[in-house]
Design a protein around this ligand. Structure first.
Ligand SMILES: [Zn+2]
Length: 406
């Protein structure tokens, strides 16, 4: 059922309005808005249907309630809360009461994030596996020509070293420089490669990685944990992953995002809370950009097993490069159009626009023009938000605002 073009998941009547203010000044809601909000925001459907997973164990977008109801493009929960506040404002006006609407952020905010999966384009194992990928597609997202181009370019270094003086995945200086130019703050999630897991090529104990983390910190970036598949196997594993991070980088991670966006609810959040993390930013779909939990503000995830809210904050992930380029196969212009739609929703609610871009994407040899596009993208997003923060900064401001007595 649609009311004011907003889907109502649990209608309680045929009434085509959300609420009525009666002549006596009573406020009556005609549909169960809170139940609808809780259903989406808490991820009830994915918790209740654990079999709806893809090959990596992720809640499958193609079988999700978000796809079925066609609600992925709207932060539905923000709309619901707005309806409730509208009703309360009407009630307050009628009774001459003072009610002030508060916004934790004064405008939409960009959270630019990077999952650092790979740093070495020329790693011999990666080169060999790229040649294998050319002939055996497996679960690769790339077409034959792209796979061939990858393999060819990564091999060149061995035959003509001068052709590739630089490591093509080491795009950190470019990304940081571009972000500084556009006043973008960023958060980087580091992955401790585990044997047998896909798409990771370094471990925390290596000196160059520790130097990279220092370099990011020296450039005012936040560095967090990119949780491996292994970290999800037990709470002890999660603790171990965080301990390794602290041991080798000498900093405590404030938050994490899981590799491949894998993680079951509510175990993932329980593990992260128990390991002392402040926030997670895994809750987006790999197959589709949009509002997985219908919300564009930080929120506390719900533990359905124990019927309680968790102390952790979730910063919902709205879009990532892999989804836009490979999963959806969008051209640059279509990518901007899609982001424009998400950004306009964030602007409506002064929400956070959490975006993920992989450092290995900026491989100029394999993807000519990609650096130019990244620049264009940064400028495009910054024209549509008021500011950019690191993830922890966003949480700090949000907490400060909601706890303020003003
Ligand atoms: Zn990853």
């Amino acid at each position: 059922m649609l009311v004011d073009d907003i889907p109502v998941l649990f209608p309680c009547s045929e009434n085509a309005r959300f609420y009525t203010l009666t002549e006596e000044g009573n406020l009556q809601f005609h549909h169960d808005i809170l139940k609808s909000a809780f259903f989406i925001l808490s991820g009830y459907h994915e918790w209740d249907n654990p079999e709806l997973i893809d090959a990596y164990g992720r809640y499958d977008y193609n079988r999700s309630v978000q796809k079925e109801l066609n609600i992925i493009d709207k932060p539905l929960v923000n709309y619901y809360f707005d309806v409730i506040i509208d009703g309360l404002e009407a009630f307050a006006r009628f009774h001459s009461l003072e009610l002030r609407r508060r916004h934790p952020f004064s405008g939409p905010v960009l959270l630019m994030t990077h999952d650092v999966d790979r740093i070495n384009f020329f790693k011999i194992k990666s080169v060999l596996s790229r040649w294998l990928d050319v002939f055996v597609k497996g679960d690769s997202q790339y077409c034959f020509i792209d796979r061939l181009r990858f393999a060819w370019h990564s091999s060149l270094r061995y035959f003509a070293p001068l052709a590739h003086p630089n490591n093509l995945y080491y795009s950190f200086p470019f990304l940081i420089q571009t972000q500084k130019k556009h006043k973008i703050r960023s958060t980087w999630f580091m992955l401790n490669k585990r044997r047998g897991e896909p798409a990771g090529d370094y471990t925390f104990n290596r000196k160059p990685i520790q130097q990279l983390v220092k370099y990011l910190q020296n450039n005012n970036c936040e560095v967090g944990l990119h949780g491996s598949f292994r970290s999800l196997k037990s709470v002890e594993n999660y603790h171990d992953e965080v301990s390794q991070f602290i041991k080798y980088f000498s900093i405590e991670p404030n938050g994490a995002r899981q590799h491949y966006l894998v993680g079951t609810l509510p175990e993932l959040f329980r593990f992260q809370s128990s390991a002392g993390l402040v926030y997670d930013s895994t809750m987006g779909f790999s197959a589709r950009e949009g509002f997985r939990h219908g919300y564009c503000h930080p929120y506390h995830p719900f533990d359905h097993d124990n019927q309680m809210m968790l102390p952790l904050w979730e910063l919902p992930l709205l879009a990532m490069d892999t989804t836009l380029f490979e999963k959806r196969g969008l051209e640059n212009q279509r990518i901007l159009e899609s982001l424009d739609q998400l950004l306009s929703e964030c602007r409506r609610f002064n929400g956070v626009f959490t975006f993920l871009w992989h450092n290995c994407r900026n491989n100029q040899r394999v993807s000519p023009g990609i650096n130019l596009f990244y620049e264009e993208l940064c400028s495009f997003i910054m024209q549509r938000v008021d500011s950019s923060l690191t993830c922890k900064e966003a949480i700090d401001i949000f907490e400060q605002q909601i706890n303020s007595k003003e």
